[in-house]
Design a binder for this molecule. Sequence first.
Ligand SMILES: NC(=O)c1ccc[n+]([C@@H]2O[C@H](COP(=O)([O-])OP(=O)(O)OC[C@H]3O[C@@H](n4cnc5c(N)ncnc54)[C@H](OP(=O)(O)O)[C@@H]3O)[C@@H](O)[C@H]2O)c1
Length: 292
Amino acid sequence: MKGKVCIVTGANTGIGAETALGLAKLGGTVVMVCRDRDKGEEARANIVKRSGNAAVSLMIADLSSQNQIRRLAADFLGGRSGAPSLVDGRPRLDVLLHNAAAILPHRRVSVDGLEMQFAVNHLAPFLLTHLLLDVLKSSAPSRVVVVASQVESRGTLRWDDLQMEKGYTPLEAYFQSKLANVLFTYELARRLEGTGVTANCLHPGVISTNLLSDYMGRPRSMGFLNSLTNPGPEKGAKPSIRLASDPALATTTGKYFKEMVETKSSRASYDMEAARRLWDLSAQLTSSTSPG
Ligand SMILES: NC(=O)c1ccc[n+]([C@@H]2O[C@H](COP(=O)([O-])OP(=O)(O)OC[C@H]3O[C@@H](n4cnc5c(N)ncnc54)[C@H](OP(=O)(O)O)[C@@H]3O)[C@@H](O)[C@H]2O)c1
């Protein structure tokens, strides 16, 4: 991965931190996107120390805010605020890895007025991809990797209430956002055909992290209970690292991997009409012109 620039969102903890570490160990130039500067800086220092790779930088953005995503992309493209230096005055981006996600016990609304899980887990990857698509294309062959989840198979898109105003449950909102991850990946892959930019998604396994505590409704301080029965983030990062770096997957696109194995996702995730509808709605909700 030497000379390759990789953005990893939600890289201060859990699977994202281990993914950033793994890519740094492979020699990549890693850009960690985190919302909290102190937590991000601590994780960055740790990754630099453990990987022996100094080319790890930190960019700050709360991915629930579309303004912050736009500023993040503009700073990245301009080589500012923690972005790697431009090469001959031009940015490059080889891997865009959407890892950040949240499960919120009660319905919350983002600064843009959108249900928080839909905003962070689905719309943020949609918008950030859109804003960085030109640089992904000019850096091709390049890759978009989306960390989804096997619970996508339990998701349904509530077309009449995507923002879950009429009855919110944390897991239903999570399942919906993870199905949206898979539909988005497949639609992106279709739209990027022939560009040299691939798009794939994955289930990392059931991994002991803060998110798993949230999923199980346990206090995060009881994370040790999860760690008794589930592997840690080092294992959970392996599929992300592989999809980002394995030369054997250079042209693989529009696929879903359950851990290390390419497999079929849910039937609902192959509904092309739903994928197009979600794409158009997401473009409206992020005021984006449809890429691709
Ligand atoms: N753990 C599992 O068993 C499992 C299973 C299937 C899929 N996944 C997927 O794996 C990915 C990583 O999850 P994880 O288990 O490693 O969870 P985690 O330890 O809770 O990490 C989530 C990361 O996302 C960041 N994040 C959350 N909201 C954000 C926001 N508004 N802006 C910016 N960053 C934000 C968190 O930052 P803070 O630290 O600041 O909160 C953290 O860095 C997620 O996409 C998840 O859906 C996990």
